[in-house]
Each structure stands twice: as structure tokens, then as C-alpha cells.
Design a binder for this molecule. Structure first.
Ligand SMILES: *[C@@H]1O[C@H](CO)[C@@H](O)[C@H](O)[C@H]1NC(C)=O
Ligand SMILES: *[C@@H]1O[C@H](CO)[C@@H](O)[C@H](O)[C@H]1NC(C)=O
Ligand SMILES: *[C@@H]1O[C@H](CO)[C@@H](O)[C@H](O)[C@H]1NC(C)=O
Ligand SMILES: *[C@@H]1O[C@H](CO)[C@@H](O)[C@H](O)[C@H]1NC(C)=O
Ligand SMILES: *[C@@H]1O[C@H](CO)[C@@H](O)[C@H](O)[C@H]1NC(C)=O
Ligand SMILES: *[C@@H]1O[C@H](CO)[C@@H](O)[C@H](O)[C@H]1NC(C)=O
Ligand SMILES: *[C@@H]1O[C@H](CO)[C@@H](O)[C@H](O)[C@H]1NC(C)=O
Ligand SMILES: *[C@@H]1O[C@H](CO)[C@@H](O)[C@H](O)[C@H]1NC(C)=O
Ligand SMILES: *[C@@H]1O[C@H](CO)[C@@H](O)[C@H](O)[C@H]1NC(C)=O
Length: 453
């Protein structure tokens, strides 16, 4: 009886919590044509909800940069899932495709997945007070032209059409329409030669969760990659004797040593089988992919590439995450060149990225962590790797580096969900505590408690 009550409260409490608490945060996306406005992703660590003060802090650089024009796109309501809910496995990136392209091509950007919605709602007012703007309120679409005095900083507040109904398909269309409006407006600004910083958020969180958060698949599967490319060779399989435990794929593996010697390892690795991977190892918590090449180019007798991976349980998100932590290059008997890597995916998935390497513009960057590493330029194309939980010798779904929200951001969001759920459950259980109905009276007869309740 008591158990049923507890289960009921948990289920009911979780539902109640989802409706009441889950919608307290809104994502905020900021992108600028000016580079290095934000050096790092501030305030996006696990489970963090950006507060009003932190938001003001994050916005400060905007008022100091040269181009002082700000475009604020406001939707009526928005929830993090809007960015991925309607994405399909076939590579449809969801309703905000133009926005994603815009952000990727911007010189610097900042994605805050969870901003306190009251802070976000005050944003238009806050911006207006912060500088001497000429303010443009735009509510009619399409916008054909506007008259801005380019000598003064301008603040464009664009109220996007309401996304309205809760029915998922209608919503996807409404979101996609807003995506187009944003694109058109940005094109108009660019055509007028106006430099700008843009923001996208909402004045309210969505009232309803539009679909289940816990299931998400991003990116594409390997077959989609190889069928669309002219190069086609199978991925490299590493077994622990019985089972496949690491799979690795790339359509181009190129290293450049000392800025002059280019070493193309693609054919050695995937076509000619001139790679010795016997030093690779794997178990449930760690995996090392070691690729050893003899005489890959004149002047180098031996070259070894190492990917160090780990599989860890994060109690916050209540799941395992697979990460590639480090990449190393060992040339002959020289010291290893070590690079820090931050690639991660839920442990059941593979990780993929179109371009990885030392270039700062790549989807995932290898950051030199010692002096030796500075001698190397790395460039891997159509990179995909999985070091854990491989089933049937094939890649699992890929968590792609170019999808809107990186796994780290997901980790943060999922964490806050789980923690709040635990808290809500605990609160409800405490509320269920009752005091004894009867107390022992030392003078009276001994209290008897019926055992068969
Ligand atoms: C633009 O603003 C500046 C400074 O306020 C002013 O001097 C100039 O006349 C304005 N130009 C136009 C075309 O209104
Ligand atoms: C990897 O494993 C798959 C499935 O077992 C197999 O089809 C493929 O030929 C293997 N590739 C290599 C390079 O061993
Ligand atoms: C290889 O890995 C599988 C699954 O992780 C495990 O069951 C098996 O014992 C391992 N084999 C060896 C030789 O370590
Ligand atoms: C890999 O890329 C390099 C430089 O981008 C190029 O020279 C090389 O031919 C490519 N290799 C393959 C196998 O496509
Ligand atoms: C790069 O330069 C260093 C120092 O001059 C040298 O030791 C190393 O062998 C060079 N690497 C290659 C691949 O030639
Ligand atoms: C790789 O091998 C293929 C097939 O053997 C060949 O056509 C191609 O030219 C080679 N590429 C390089 C960069 O060696
Ligand atoms: C591969 O490397 C291991 C040591 O890492 C070595 O024992 C083995 O002989 C090498 N295999 C070939 C074919 O060179
Ligand atoms: C996996 O391998 C690593 C590195 O060799 C070792 O430190 C760790 O204890 C191993 N874990 C298990 C579960 O065998
Ligand atoms: C690389 O990672 C290590 C360990 O996490 C850290 O101490 C070091 O500062 C990092 N180096 C760079 C250049 O990021």
C-alpha cells in the first residue's frame, strides 16, 4: 500500500515537476561578426542556469565592440528542444537550419542553453537602457527596407510571429518560418553593409514540453557518409580477441610536420593496410587506439598516432559518457607530441565530425598541450570514432560535432533535469512524513502497536 503511494507520488510528482519547473529556462543564442567577443563558453557548466547578473556580465563585451548594432530576435516562446526535436536521422537539421548556418559562419558566438526566463524577458528593456540607440521595432514581415543612420548605433527589436499552437507539426512549420524571417532580415542588414551582433531568445518559455527530451539522435550514420562520398573504404576495426571494441573512420588523415612535410596516412590506414594497430587496447573504462606506421614518408622511420578514450559515469546526468581525452603523435624516438581533445558523446553513441585537427575553425580542435605538439598540423576529414559499446561491429548513431548543441551542453541540461527530479521526489517524500498518532504514556498500560497494518 505504502509502496504504491510512493510510486504514485513519484510519477505524479515528476509529471508535475516537468510542467512546473522544466519551463523556467530559455535558451539564448548570441553571435557576432566581430571575432573573439567571447573567449570561452561562460556559464555553461553542468546544470547551470544563467542568472540575470551573469547575463548582464556576458553582454558587457557587446557594448565595447566597434560595431554597436544589435539585432534582437524575440520569439513568443522557446524551449531548448525546439532546436532538435524535429531533426531527423536523414540529415534534416531541424527547423533552425539557416540560423545554425549563420551561427557557424559568425566570427564568435555564445550559446546559453538555460537562461532564467525572467532575465531573458527583461533583455529588451535592459538593452534599451544600456546605450544611446536609435531603436527599431519590427513586427511586420517581410521587411523590405529600413532607414538607419549608420553613424549612430542601432538596436533592432524583431518580434517574430507567434509560434502558437502546441501541435508538433504546426510548430515545426512556425519555427521554420521564423528561421526564414531571421535569415531574410540578416541578408537585408548585410546588403546594407551594417555590421551587427544578433541574439535569439524568447520572452517566455514554452508552456508545454513539445516532445520527450530524453531521446535525441543527432548527426548521421556512417553509411550516409560513405554513400555520398566517392571515397569508400571500410572503417578500421580493432578487436580485443573476440569482439570489436574500437571502430575508426576518416576519409582523409593528413599530418604536416614542421610546416613542410605533408604525410597522407589515408591509404596506409584504410586501403593498403600498412598500419600496425596491435598496441591498441580496450576495456570497459579505457580504450587506446594506436596506429603505428613504418616509414610513412622519407626521413621518418616510425610514426605512431594514439587516441586515448575513456568511458565515465556522470552521476549528474545518470549516464555514461564516452570522451576522447587526448591525441598523441610519437615520431621515432622523439618525445610524444600531446594534444588536448574534447570530444564526447553518450557512451552508446559514436562521435563524428566533418573536420577535426589543429585548425581553430574545425568542428573539434586538437589543442597542443606541449612544445613538441606545436610542430604538427593535423587535419582529419569525416572523422568518426567509437571506443565503447559496439554492437554488431558497426558504428552506432553518431553524435555530431556540428549539431546545434554539443554533448557538453546536453550534459548540462540533462543534469539539471535529473537533479531537480531527485529534489522534487525528496520534497514530496518529506511531505509524506506523518507524526505518530499515539505516544507511549509511562504511567498507563504499555502501548500495543498492531502488527497487521
Ligand atoms: C546621422 O546622425 C548624425 C549624428 O547624430 C547627424 O549628424 C547626421 O546628420 C545624421 N544623418 C542623417 C542622414 O540623418
Ligand atoms: C570490420 O567488421 C565488419 C563487420 O564485422 C566487417 O564487415 C569489415 O570487413 C571489418 N573491417 C575490417 C577492416 O576488418
Ligand atoms: C572482449 O570484450 C568482450 C565484451 O566487452 C568481453 O566479453 C570479452 O571477454 C573480451 N575478450 C577478451 C579476450 O578480453
Ligand atoms: C587528403 O588531403 C590532402 C590535403 O588536404 C590532399 O593532398 C590528399 O590528396 C588527400 N588525400 C586523399 C586520400 O584524398
Ligand atoms: C621537425 O623538426 C625537428 C627539430 O628541427 C626534428 O627533430 C624533427 O625530426 C622534424 N620532423 C620531421 C618529421 O622531419
Ligand atoms: C590511394 O589509393 C588509391 C587506390 O589504391 C589510389 O587511387 C590513390 O591515388 C591513392 N591516394 C594517395 C594519396 O596515395
Ligand atoms: C606490430 O607492433 C608490435 C608491437 O607493438 C610488434 O610486436 C609486431 O611485430 C608488429 N607487427 C608487425 C606486422 O610489424
Ligand atoms: C582498463 O585499462 C586501464 C589502462 O590499462 C586500467 O588502468 C584500468 O584499470 C582497466 N580497467 C578495467 C575495468 O579493467
Ligand atoms: C591539457 O589538459 C591538461 C589536463 O587536463 C591541462 O592540465 C592542460 O592545461 C591542458 N592544456 C591546454 C593547452 O589546454
Amino acid at each position: 500500500m505504502r509502496m504504491w503511494k510512493a510510486i504514485f507520488i513519484c510519477v505524479f510528482g515528476t509529471t508535475l515537476w516537468k510542467v512546473s519547473c522544466a519551463v523556467e529556462q530559455i535558451p539564448l543564442l548570441i553571435w557576432s561578426l566581430e571575432s573573439s567577443v567571447w573567449q570561452h563558453q561562460a556559464y555553461t557548466y553542468e546544470g547551470h542556469i544563467t542568472t540575470e547578473d551573469e547575463l548582464k556580465d556576458v553582454l558587457q563585451p557587446l557594448f565595447k565592440q566597434n560595431n554597436r548594432n544589435i539585432v534582437l530576435f524575440l520569439q513568443d516562446q522557446l524551449i531548448l528542444e525546439d532546436f532538435i526535436s524535429y531533426a531527423t536521422h536523414e540529415g534534416n537539421a531541424g527547423p533552425f537550419q539557416n540560423l545554425q548556418k549563420e551561427i557557424e559562419s559568425s566570427a564568435s558566438h555564445l550559446i546559453l542553453p538555460a537562461v532564467n526566463w525572467r532575465a531573458a524577458a527583461k533583455l529588451p528593456q535592459y538593452l534599451q537602457e544600456e546605450a544611446e540607440w536609435q531603436i527599431f521595432n519590427v513586427e511586420q514581415f517581410p521587411v523590405k527596407t529600413f532607414e538607419a543612420n549608420l553613424t549612430k548605433p542601432s538596436l533592432f527589436i524583431i518580434k517574430l510571429p507567434a509560434t502558437g499552437s502546441i501541435a508538433p507539426v504546426l510548430n515545426a512549420d512556425a519555427l521554420a518560418k521564423n528561421d526564414h524571417i531571421m535569415k531574410d532580415f540578416i541578408s537585408l542588414l548585410q546588403a546594407s553593409g551594417i555590421q551587427y551582433t544578433a541574439m535569439f531568445t524568447a520572452s517566455q518559455p514554452s508552456v508545454m514540453l513539445r516532445s520527450s527530451l530524453m531521446t535525441y539522435h543527432t548527426g548521421r550514420q556512417l553509411m550516409a557518409v560513405s554513400s555520398s562520398d566517392s571515397v569508400s573504404f571500410p572503417p578500421l576495426n580493432i578487436t580485443n580477441g573476440t569482439n570489436t571494441c574500437i571502430i575508426f573512420y576518416a576519409t582523409n588523415l593528413t599530418l604536416t610536420a614542421n610546416r613542410s612535410i605533408q604525410i597522407d596516412l589515408t591509404n596506409f590506414t584504410f586501403v593498403a593496410n600498412m598500419v600496425n594497430y596491435s598496441a591498441s587496447m580496450c576495456n570497459e573504462s579505457n580504450a587506446v587506439l594506436s596506429l603505428n606506421y613504418a616509414n610513412p614518408t622519407s626521413g621518418i622511420n616510425n610514426l605512431e598516432l594514439r587516441f586515448l578514450m575513456s568511458n565515465n559515469f556522470y552521476s549528474g546526468s545518470a549516464r555514461n559518457w564516452f570522451t576522447v581525452d587526448s591525441f598523441q603523435i610519437l615520431q621515432d624516438s622523439l618525445n610524444a607530441a600531446v594534444f588536448n581533445v574534447s570530444m564526447s558523446a553518450p557512451a552508446e553513441y559514436s562521435y563524428s565530425c566533418q573536420m577535426v585537427g589543429t585548425n581553430i575553425n574545425y568542428g573539434s580542435q586538437f589543442v597542443p598541450a606541449n612544445a613538441q605538439a606545436n610542430a604538427w598540423i593535423i587535419s582529419f576529414t569525416d572523422f568518426q570514432i567509437q571506443g565503447f559499446n559496439i554492437e554488431g561491429g558497426l558504428f552506432s548513431y553518431a553524435s555530431d560535432c556540428s549539431s546545434f548543441f554539443s554533448p557538453y551542453i546536453w550534459m548540462a541540461v540533462v543534469t539539471s533535469f535529473v537533479l531537480l527530479c531527485i529534489l522534487a521526489y525528496g520534497m514530496l517524500m518529506i511531505m509524506q512524513l506523518t507524526t505518530n498518532e499515539r505516544f507511549d504514556d509511562p504511567k498507563g498500560p504499555a502501548l500495543s502497536v498492531p502488527q497487521n497494518e
